[in-house]
Design a protein. Sequence first.
Length: 56
Amino acid sequence: MPEDPIILLSYVNLKLRDFYSSLEAMCEDLDVSKAVIEEKLNGIGYRYNAEKNQFD
């Protein structure tokens, strides 16, 4: 997982768009903390939108 929040945003949205139906599915498959991802991306003004399955 990228440490830089901007790169993380791009990485996560790409994974969600191309490989996973939800943030939960991605986190489970990659064994990463949903809370940590949300905290980092919330810190730069992005929130997970389940309807769009992306951070925006």
